[in-house]
Design a binder for this molecule. Structure first.
Ligand code: SF4
Ligand code: SF4
Length: 123
């Protein structure tokens, strides 16, 4: 009996203690969490020379290049950052944007246009 009373008191004390603490959750989407400098979010591409390296190093097979369309398939991407790390011209950046939730699966195909440079190599 004494033991039950002790645990009940302990649970009340725990609840009471948390009444005066700042909440650990945020009222998303009104408030957004700050992410670290090295956070890897939605990838962005600009300045591709079509060397094909990112396609080779992507472990999830999430990158496709079709003519002048550069496509990230966010259904497959695991945000490893390999594509960005190995791109010889630093055309891919992992942004801090983590808001990728959508009701339309087609939104998970990120399409970037490749412009301005010749297709040097793609095998
Ligand atoms: S972050 Fe990783 S998984 Fe995503 S596209 Fe780049 S290499 Fe592929
Ligand atoms: S590694 Fe860079 S330059 Fe090469 S295809 Fe990918 S984005 Fe383009």
């Amino acid at each position: 009996m004494l033991k039950e009373f002790y645990y009940m008191l302990l649970s009340f004390l725990t609840v009471f203690k948390h009444l005066f603490k700042r909440p650990v959750t945020l009222e998303y989407p009104e408030k957004k969490s700050e992410v670290g400098e090295r956070f890897r979010g939605k990838p962005y591409m600009k300045g591709c020379i079509k060397c094909g390296t990112c396609i080779k190093v992507c472990p999830a097979n999430a990158i496709k290049i079709e003519d002048n369309d550069f496509i990230f398939d966010m259904k497959k991407c695991i945000f490893c950052g390999n594509c960005s790390f190995y791109c010889p011209v630093k055309a891919i950046k992992m942004t801090q944007n983590y808001e990728l939730a959508t009701n339309d699966v087609n939104d998970l195909k990120l399409l970037y246009k490749i412009e301005g440079r010749e297709n040097e190599r793609l095998d």
